[in-house]
Design a protein around this ligand. Structure first.
Ligand SMILES: Nc1nc2c(ncn2[C@@H]2O[C@H](COP(=O)(O)OP(=O)(O)O)[C@@H](O)[C@H]2O)c(=O)[nH]1
Ligand SMILES: [Mg+2]
Length: 387
């Protein structure tokens, strides 16, 4: 039988820990196809939460306890807890579960169903149909939770998950093993760990899904979430998004195009010192084409690098593609002049530049030409091996 361990991080939860464990054990009895256990990860709570767990352990063989020397944040507690659950307790799946009765334990069978269906990461979601946040939350708290999630959703540009900050989750060993090296090196310690873990799991292509649950407010003890959480989360999501953009092929393509244009303009000045204008112009274009070809091969399409013996044919193709882009631009200018005509649109003040339809055709031409180039590069010259 597969094994699932519910990990409960605790810091000063003496009032909550016993009812939480009792509620979980009650649900466990109803589950037949999974072997279930609990692992409490306590940061040496001054209120002696660990002592209470030790007492309960005498009558509950599936209750485990890990005591750490001092308070080190939620992320650290989960990392140590998961390491222990997967590697020492031989778990196939772990749950993330709060000690404050906020998470509805009766949903656990639904989580396990999703795992049985092949999902690797299941989130208890407050923001899908059937889920919810407490009615009695003040406007301020509701706003923070809803808008906070929306900001994360928008910045990370991922709509597949609606509740990014939920702390109620089930995670398979496979997903854990794939992301844990990155999580350790990112040094997440606090609550940002949750967003980081989910984000990296999605990026690695694991199957993620949500199960609705209604979040219940804690009645006893204090929340440990602090103001630094908001700042850390914002820093993380913007950093990640920026990294994704910088690493994206389209971004590299635009940079390479800009470098090519600069090479063309600067070498034109150089060649003109020695050569007649038309020849200098041709060499400047070829210089740009060669620069683009090399940079595309070793940077933009580094993952599809060409073999040495492919260079001649591919370089000719590359020249043809570039020529094609010029042809497209010329065609757009031709059609524009013929059917729309040439007339001023508006004047840019200060520089007194008249933006006319002729300039507009050039702008459209450059954009369409870029689309064509990108298409030719990615589908013909650096064609994906499998396709
Ligand atoms: N071991 C450990 N547990 C923590 C730490 N911070 C929070 N927790 C536990 O993590 C769970 C969620 O924390 P909580 O304060 O309820 O956060 P909230 O639900 O977002 O307000 C609770 O069970 C806490 O006791 C920590 O630094 N170490
Ligand atoms: Mg809580």
């Amino acid at each position: 039988m597969p094994k699932a361990i519910v990990i409960i991080p605790t810091y000063n939860e003496k009032e909550n820990i016993t009812p939480t464990i009792t509620a979980l054990q009650k649900i466990f009895k109803k589950i037949k196809n999974w072997q279930l256990g609990i692992l409490v990860v306590d940061d040496n709570s001054p209120d002696k939460t660990a002592q209470i767990v030790k007492k309960l352990q005498k009558k509950q063989p599936n209750l485990h306890l890990l005591v750490k020397p001092k308070k080190a944040g939620l992320g650290d507690a989960y990392l140590k807890g998961m390491e222990h659950a997967f590697n020492k307790l031989q778990a196939n799946v772990v749950f993330e579960f709060d000690a404050d009765l906020s998470h509805d334990p009766s949903k656990i069978p639904q989580f396990l169903n999703k795992i049985d269906q092949g999902y690797d990461f299941v989130i208890g979601s407050r923001y899908i149909k059937g889920g919810g946040i407490p009615q009695n939350w003040g406007l301020h708290r509701k706003f923070l939770s809803v808008v906070g999630n929306l900001v994360i959703l928008l910045v990370l540009a991922n709509w597949t998950v609606r509740d990014w900050t939920s702390g109620y989750r089930a995670i398979t060993k496979k997903a854990y093993q794939a992301v844990v090296p990155e999580l350790v090196s990112s040094r997440f310690s606090g609550y940002t760990f949750q967003i980081g873990f989910l984000h990296k799991t999605i990026k690695k292509g694991f199957k993620v899904t949500e199960v609705p649950f209604v979040f219940k407010d804690r009645e006893l003890g204090k929340s440990k979430i602090g103001p630094e959480y908001i700042k850390n989360t914002l820093v993380y999501i913007f950093k990640m998004r920026l990294q994704e953009i910088l690493k994206s092929r389209v971004f590299k393509f635009i940079i390479v195009g800009t470098i090519g244009a600069s090479v063309q303009l600067s070498t034109l000045q150089f060649w003109r010192l020695w050569l007649p204008y038309q020849l200098a112009f041709f060499l400047a274009i070829e210089g740009a084409v060669l620069t683009n070809f090399i940079l595309s091969n070793f940077w933009t399409f580094a993952d599809r690098k060409l073999k040495l013996n492919q260079y001649p044919v591919k370089f000719v193709q590359f020249n043809l593609a570039s020529g094609g882009s010029i042809l497209i631009q010329q065609l757009i200018a031709f059609i524009g002049e013929l059917f729309v005509g040439l007339f001023p649109l508006f004047t840019i003040p200060i520089v007194n530049f008249v933006f006319d339809t002729g300039t507009l055709y050039a702008v459209i031409g450059i954009l369409v030409g870029m689309f064509w180039n990108f298409f030719a590069y990615s589908r013909i010259i650096w064609k994906h091996k499998a396709s």
